[in-house]
Design a binder for this molecule. Sequence first.
Ligand code: FAD
Length: 374
Amino acid sequence: MRKETDVIIVGAGPAGIGVALAFEKLPGIKYAILESHQVGESFRRWPAQTRFITPSFHSNPFGLADLNAVSEFSSPAIFAGAEHLSGEQYANYLLFIARQHALPVVSGCRVQQVTPVKEGGFVLTSEQGELHTRFLVWATGEYQFPELAPFPGAQWCCHYAQVPGWQRFEAPDYTVIGGYESGIDAAVNLIKLGRRVRLLTRKSTWDPLGPYDPSLSLSPYSRERLYAAVDTGRLDIVFGADIVQVETRRAGGYRIHAADGRYWDDAQAPILGTGFRKGGGAQQIAELWQWTAEGRIALTDNDESTVVPGLFLAGPQVRHHDRIYCFIYKFRQRFGVIGLSIGQRLGLDTEALESGSGAWGPFGNSDCCEGCQC
Ligand SMILES: Cc1cc2nc3c(=O)[nH]c(=O)nc-3n(C[C@H](O)[C@H](O)[C@H](O)COP(=O)(O)OP(=O)(O)OC[C@H]3O[C@@H](n4cnc5c(N)ncnc54)[C@H](O)[C@@H]3O)c2cc1C
C-alpha cells in the first residue's frame, strides 16, 4: 500500500518538535516526524560537561516564554530544575513534550533520499521503505554534521562534536583551535579539570564593543567562564591565529601552522572548535536548495526552498538578510510561519496560528505550564 501523508518533518530536535507543535494547531493535518535516532539525539551527543549558554527561566505566565522552550507553555527550567541545562536534560525535555502531545515521531528512521515529484510533493526513501508527502520540512540541524576538514591535516585533530566528555583528556596540556562558543567551552572545561590550554583564535569574540547579536559574540555565560579560566593562569590565548595546516611530527606530536608563518607544537592532537558544515544537515539534500556565494541557503519569506516548492527549512541554518536564527529562541519564531504557509495551502483552518501573538502562536497568560507541577 502506498504510504502517503500531507507533511513529513525530518528530524526530531527542537526545530522538528517545534514545527510539529505548530501543526498541532491545524485541525485535520496528517503528518509524521522521521528521526534517524531518537528525539533530541544531538543533545544526547553533547560533551557531558556542556551546558546551555542561553539561560532558562519560567517567565511564561507573564508572556515571555522560557528562552529555550519549543512550546509557548512549557519551560525547560521547570522541567529540569536548572537554569543552564545539560544536553541530556534538554533531550529529555524534548522527549517529554513529544510524549505529552502524542506527536507522531518515528524513531530510528533515517531519510536517505528525497526525490521531488513533477506533479508536486516528494518521495522519501528511508530505512522503513518509501513515503510520499505533499510537503517536507527539513529540520536536521548542524551538530551531527561537523566540518571535519577546515584545513589540511584536520584529520589528526579531534572535533568538539566527537567528544563525549572532557574527563578522558588526561594529558597536562592541550591546544584548542577556535575562539567562539565551542572552542571556549572546550577550553574552560579542560581548565576546570586542571589542564593547561593554548587557545588559538583569529579574533576576540568577547570584545565589549563587538556586535550585539549573540549569534556573533560570545554569550555572557561563556564570558564569565572564560574570565575565570584566564584567572587560573593556565589559559594562554593567542590572537590572530588563522590556522591553515596541522601536520604530524617525526619526533611525535603535532605542528600547527598559522597563515602568518607562526607555528605551535603539541604532543596531543589539537581540539577543533571550528564549527559545522555550511548548511549542516541540509547538505544531505544539497541539490534541492539554492546556495548563496557565502554557502548559505536562499529561502523565501516563508522559509521555503527557492528552487523546490513545498520544501521548508527549520532550525539554526535559517537566515534572512542579516537575521541569523541560530538559537532556539530565534528559530522558534519561524515555526508558525511554516505551519501557516502549509496549513493555508492544504486548505485547513489556520485560525489558531493566525490569532497568535507573533508568528510563534498564542502564548502567555496561561494558568499552568507543561512540565511543571503547578
Ligand atoms: C555546544 C553547543 C551549545 C549550544 N547551546 C545553545 C544554547 O544555549 N541555546 C540555544 O538556543 N542553542 C544552543 N546551541 C544550538 C542548538 O543546539 C541548535 O541550534 C539546535 O540543536 C538546532 O536544533 P535542530 O532541531 O535544528 O537540530 P538537532 O537538534 O541537531 O536535531 C536534528 C535531528 O535530525 C536528525 N536527523 C538528521 N539527519 C536525518 C535524516 N537524514 N533522517 C532523519 N533524521 C535525521 C538528527 O538525529 C537530530 O535528532 C548550542 C549548540 C552547541 C553545539
